[in-house]
Ligand binder design. Structure first.
Ligand code: DGY
Length: 331
């Protein structure tokens, strides 16, 4: 019997991929950092039963309409805004993501980014390394306190709740905004539900964790930044396009907010000459929210498991478009 063809869009550890080779003809793009060119992805997808994709791969209708054998796209991320879910669903293609396994790791990074931005850690570290440290002075590289301040979390999913848990250790007031109330988080973490406007006006730290959708695109615009406190620090660890970056740049330059910590950008990788990177009150990271060795390994394993389950006609563990499953899976 001919084995189904599986294409993996980035070079992954062979020991994780190996079990899949027993049931499928697996091909892997041989670059670790360079994404697979779009045209090549179109070609590979034409014969694929399954794809293991990265958040940098744009999986649009154009690719899917020429994919008669494609059963599953396993995306190595919890976010799936790179995939046209409507197009996948209408073609009976199951889309899987990697929730849960990355929540604590992403919350760690998000809180670390908040701390680095508030206490000016990257700026201070560079200051020492560049030999600029001449002596101690009372306000030398003085930042803002974190403890006992108000943190406002936009997007109270698993990562948001894990972040709130970390904030309790700093005795912060926890505000949140979400599509639905999270009563358990309110009870267990003492989180208070707020409207978006109330949250952005009251919070000292505004943390964006909401997924990118048509509704959340440019949610943080000029109007939103104007409503924030002048001392507010804005943190984004979800997707760049949730923020209007021109408006953010303006707000930082005009002193409408104090600083920003950004792990994600509208265009990734961000151009090193982008004006946001020229500001000393911006801490920028290269989209490493879930990037610990343990968690990335768990995410890859989950994608491999999901593909294997689909190819063996079983229910994958983490499915985005659950309606599609019935036509494939016995259990
Ligand atoms: C995700 O999984 O969506 C994260 O952005 C990856 O770091």
């Amino acid at each position: 019997m001919v084995k189904p063809y599986v294409f993996i869009t980035r070079k992954l550890p062979e020991e994780l991929v190996q079990p899949l080779r027993n049931i499928a003809a697996v091909e892997m793009w041989d670059q670790e950092e360079e994404p697979v060119p779009y045209e090549l992805l179109v070609e590979k997808t034409k014969k694929a039963a399954a794809l293991l994709t990265m958040l940098s791969d744009k999986m649009d209708e154009n690719i899917m309409k020429e994919a008669p054998h494609l059963k599953v796209i396993a995306n190595l991320a919890v976010g799936y805004d790179n995939i046209d879910i409507g197009a996948a669903t209408s073609r009976g293609i199951v889309v899987c993501n990697t929730p849960d396994v990355l929540s604590d790791t992403t919350a760690d990074l998000t809180f670390g980014l908040l701390m680095a931005t508030a206490r000016r850690l990257t700026e201070a570290a560079e200051y020492v390394k560049k030999g600029e440290w001449q002596g101690w002075s009372p306000y030398l590289l003085a930042g803002r306190d974190i403890h006992h301040k108000a943190i406002g979390i936009i997007g109270m999913g698993n990562i948001g709740r894990a972040l709130a848990k970390r904030a309790t250790g700093f005795e912060m007031e926890i505000l949140y905004h979400n599509r639905s109330r999270q009563l358990e988080a309110e009870k267990e973490l003492g989180a208070t539900y707020c409207s978006f406007d109330e949250l952005i006006t009251r919070s000292d730290y505004i943390v964006c964790l909401t997924p990118l959708t048509n509704e959340t695109k440019h949610l943080f615009n000029a109007e939103a930044f104007k409503k924030m406190k002048k001392s507010a620090i804005f943190i984004n660890a979800s997707r760049g396009a949730v923020v209007d970056e021109d408006a953010l740049l303006q707000a930082l330059k005009e002193g409408e907010i104090a600083a920003a910590g950004l792990d994600v950008f509208t265009k990734e990788p961000i151009d090193q000459h982008h004006p946001l990177l020229g500001l000393s009150n911006v801490v920028a990271l290269p989209h490493i929210g879930s990037a610990s060795i343990e968690t990335r390994t768990a995410m890859i394993q989950l994608c491999i498991d999901n593909i294997q389950l689909m190819l063996e006609s079983h229910k994958p563990k983490t499915v985005v478009n659950k309606d599609v499953l019935a036509q494939y899976c016995s259990s």
